[in-house]
Design a protein around this ligand. Structure first.
Ligand code: FVH
Length: 295
């Protein structure tokens, strides 16, 4: 008779930094784990920790119904699974890809008789297996598959299902990471402005961090509400006309401090374009529409 306490067996393809962290979390939680990696040496430590090591991707896939893939990119998934039988498998792909690649990979898997779930990991390896770290994975694709394996998938990091469209996990992933790079760009510019002065960056850092947090919290929700209701006008303090009037001060300060404006100038140019079509009473929300190509 089946043991109801037996954890779902997991196969994991890919033992890079992220794959290894995932593997350790499943092993620690008592899941029977079969692993495969292109470079076999990377599996040695995990074998000592209890993982079964397959000598081929096909052998690893054959070992479990639930097959998780965490490889470098979509091309490496194609290479690793080339010619591997997937009939009856539940394929969960945590490799970072574009939304179109994820959709194509879902079709590819389904044509080979597998159910498919795509994932976008919102965590770095040290956050894996530590619930308090707040890491999670966006999942999209088969809801049935997500519900079936939810518990096993939630072992390394949290889960957030974002829809049946297999491309949505990748889209959410890349959207959040793109915003992160925008934030890094702003912080880089701010640090550059103080770089040649007698200002300690370590003292400056909490001022910058707290300001970004305060601005992000209120403005992101306001932008979302305006995008939903279509009314971008603001009766609050900082309309677009006022903000564009302030941009020469930012550019002159960069000049005075010997800092290239290359990170902030494109954003100011968008603000100016939006103002030029008569949107001075708006918030900055209209910039979203300027970015979206009409073709
Ligand atoms: N590490 C991170 O901070 C980020 C956090 C967010 C999510 N990403 C994505 O996770 C995927 C895996 O990332 P990783 O950190 O494990 O990456 P690497 O340590 O570079 O390991 C890459 C693995 O992929 C294997 N591999 C590469 N090319 C091939 C191929 N042509 N055929 C088969 N396997 C391939 C590689 O094998 P090997 O070099 O050890 O033989 C590693 O197992 C990734 O999508 C991130 O964007 C991580």
């Amino acid at each position: 008779t089946a043991n109801p306490n037996r954890k779902t067996p997991v196969t994991l393809l890919g033992l890079g930094a992220m794959g290894t962290a995932l593997a350790r979390a499943w092993l620690a939680a008592g899941h029977p784990l079969t692993v495969w990696n292109r470079t076999p040496a990377r599996a040695e430590a995990l074998a000592a920790e209890g993982a079964k090591v397959a000598d081929s991707a096909a052998g690893a896939v054959a070992a479990s119904t639930l097959v998780v893939v965490c490889l470098l990119d979509d091309a490496s998934v194609e290479t690793a699974l080339d010619g591997v039988g997937l009939t009856g498998k539940d394929l969960v792909n945590l490799t970072t890809t574009t939304p179109a690649q994820a959709r194509a990979r879902a079709t590819w898997a389904e044509e080979r008789g597998a159910r498919y779930l795509d994932g976008g990991i919102m965590a770095v390896p040290p956050m894996v297996g530590i619930p308090e770290a707040g890491g999670y994975v966006f999942y999209s694709g088969s809801r049935e598959l997500f519900e079936l394996h939810r518990e096993s998938l939630a072992v390394p990091v949290g889960t957030a299902y974002v829809g049946e469209d297999a491309g949505f996990a990748a889209l959410h992933d890349v959207a959040l990471l793109s915003a992160m790079y925008g934030m890094f760009a702003g912080a880089a510019h701010a640090f550059a402005l103080i770089r040649r002065e007698d200002i300690d960056p370590v003292v400056f850092a909490p001022l910058l961090g707290n300001w970004i947090k305060a601005m992000a919290g209120s403005s992101i929700e306001q932008t979302a509400r305006q995008l939903r209701n279509g009314d971008y006008t603001t009766d609050v303090v900082s309309d677009l006309a006022m903000q564009v009037a302030g941009t020469p001060t930012f550019l002159s300060t960069a000049e005075e401090q010997g800092v290239s404006p290359e990170l902030i100038a494109p954003y100011f140019a968008l603000m100016r374009r939006r103002l030029d079509v008569g949107s001075g009473k708006e918030d900055l929300t209209g910039l979203v529409d300027l970015l979206v190509r009409k073709d």
